[in-house]
Ligand binder design. Structure first.
Ligand code: UDP
Length: 477
């Protein structure tokens, strides 16, 4: 008897860092889970050795998923020689990915399963040449929100319209679907027309070739920007690819028998009484004057806090190390605040912390995953953007969604926040102010929107079903 032919596979090409890989794996699993025919996932792993101290998180995730019993395979691509003369993370990423093109082509060509589609991280569009040669449908997975997507789609035209760097521009930038965005809040890699900026112009152009763009957002959270994209207002005169909002893709570890120390500390605090401060995988390490201001601000606010403080980056890595809190913090701070504060000096279980009833507010760098994790739990935010597209996200959270209280961050001074401003923002977020009350109410509404979206019949659920049908059709299923 002839053996059954293998079921089609969806090939995922993620960027293996904490802000991208879990989200993309989560979306990939939901996609094949939404298909009414069996489909597997094949994940091509590009080894990001420069992030050695964080790769254990990523490696853990890969092992956990591989053991999951789900039909998922991880193929480790051969290591490439890392580009050493790049101008920044985005330029590095584009060139790093491009070096993998022959390995991607070889790995995909050798697969025993027919390929239903290739889904790649949005930094990987140089690999569109490979999928074109192999005549495979390609989808972009966009790990940030739809506002950033609208901006990236609009960028090639903006590049021609605006001669100066955004950092020199006086007037606001028109991003379809958003109120005018002050040029000073443009994403960090777009502030100057350098190779990082050029990589985004390149991606924006290439997105137009995709069969579709899958976005980790919720239709009801960003309706105006999604409408602007769908109505081709970002790239007038051309038809934008279909956009599939499938979020929030928030993945949770199975509960561990022994709760984490941070969670146990929270267990002893009253409901909604603790403000969390955490700044993503690359943030949280501050120079001494800023550490002093945060400590003063928290102390003066009088509120309970859980502060994830990190140590300096290791040479050659954008990721912080564990902090020596005793050395970094002002004299006597830990002693004075020991009854109401916890300073956690290393990677923290952020999702478990945000899920805890004791947490009532989140001072965040506004990484998109952190933003969605906060909204998933209905926790209002105080944005302290640091880099990437975080200033744009902060603008959207305050001015469009209303789920955050504004905080004055001095971008010209390395995003410095003064103690008095942090104190004011924390009091506003956690206390009885009108601003805080509104943000809490909007965050609670956003929570309901997020939870409904992924339920059967919800907008993200429907979007995934539509995408799964389209992918199945490509595979002739
Ligand atoms: N994260 C965490 N513990 C930390 C710092 C970050 O679990 O101490 C997780 C966080 O929950 C989120 C991801 O790392 O899932 C960070 O992604 P995000 O997009 O927010 O920011 P990025 O790291 O890309 O700047």
């Amino acid at each position: 008897m002839a053996s059954a032919s293998p079921s089609p596979t969806v090939v995922l090409i993620p960027i293996c860092v904490p802000g991208h890989l879990p989200s993309m794996l989560g979306a990939g699993k939901r996609l094949v889970g939404s298909s009414n025919r069996p489909m597997s996932l094949t994940v091509l792993v590009m080894q990001m050795t420069m992030a050695a101290n964080l790769m254990s998180e990523v490696a853990d995730l890969i092992h956990r998923e591989a053991d999951f019993g789900f039909d998922i395979r991880f193929l480790h691509l051969p290591a490439v020689e890392l580009p050493t003369d790049s101008h920044g993370i985005e330029d590095f990423m584009m060139r790093f990915v491009q070096l993998h093109a022959p390995h991607v082509k070889a790995a995909v060509s050798r697969l025993a399963s027919p390929v239903a589609a290739v889904v790649m991280d949005y930094f990987c569009t140089t690999l569109f040449d490979v999928t074109r040669e192999l005549a495979l449908p390609v989808y972009v997975y966009f790990t940030s929100g739809a506002s950033m997507l609208a901006l990236v789609l609009r960028l090639p035209a903006l590049d021609e319209e605006v001669a100066v760097d955004f950092e020199e521009m006086e007037r606001a930038v028109e991003v379809p679907g958003l109120p005018p965005v002050p040029a000073g809040l443009m994403p960090t890699p777009l502030m100057k027309k350098d190779p990082n900026y050029a990589s985004f112009v390149y991606h924006g152009n290439r997105f137009m070739e995709a069969a579709g763009i899958i976005v980790n957002t919720v239709a009801e959270l960003e309706p105006a920007v999604l409408a602007a994209i769908a109505e081709n207002r970002c790239v007038p005169g051309r038809r934008a690819p279909n956009v599939y909002p499938v979020g929030p893709v928030v993945s949770f570890k199975p509960p561990s028998e022994k709760p984490h120390e941070c969670v146990r500390w929270l267990d002893a605090r009253p409901t909604a009484s603790v403000v969390l401060l955490c700044f993503g995988s690359m943030g949280g390490s501050f120079a001494a004057p800023q550490v002093q201001e945060i400590a003063d601000g928290l102390e003066r606010s009088g509120h309970r806090f859980l502060w994830v403080l990190r140590g300096p980056q290791q040479a050659g890595s954008p990721y912080p190390t564990d902090a020596n809190a005793n050395e970094l913090l002002p004299e006597g701070f830990l002693e004075r605040t020991k009854d109401r504060g916890l300073v956690w000096p290393r990677w923290a279980p952020q999702k478990d912390i945000l899920a805890h009833a004791a947490v009532g507010g989140f001072v965040t760098h506004c990484g998109w995953n952190s933003t969605l994790e906060s909204l998933w739990h209905g926790v209002p935010l105080a944005p302290w953007p640091l880099f990437a597209e975080q200033h744009l996200n902060a603008f959207e959270l305050v001015s469009v969604m209303g789920v955050a209280v504004a905080m004055d961050v001095d971008r010209k001074r390395d995003n410095f926040v003064k103690a008095a401003e942090l104190e004011r923002a924390v009091r506003s977020l956690m206390g009885a102010s009108e601003e805080g009350r509104k943000a809490r109410q909007k965050a609670a509404e956003a929570q309901a929107v997020c939870r409904n979206a992924v339920e059967e019949g919800g907008s993200s659920y429907a979007s995934l079903q539509k995408l799964a049908r389209e992918v199945s059709q490509h595979a002739g299923m």
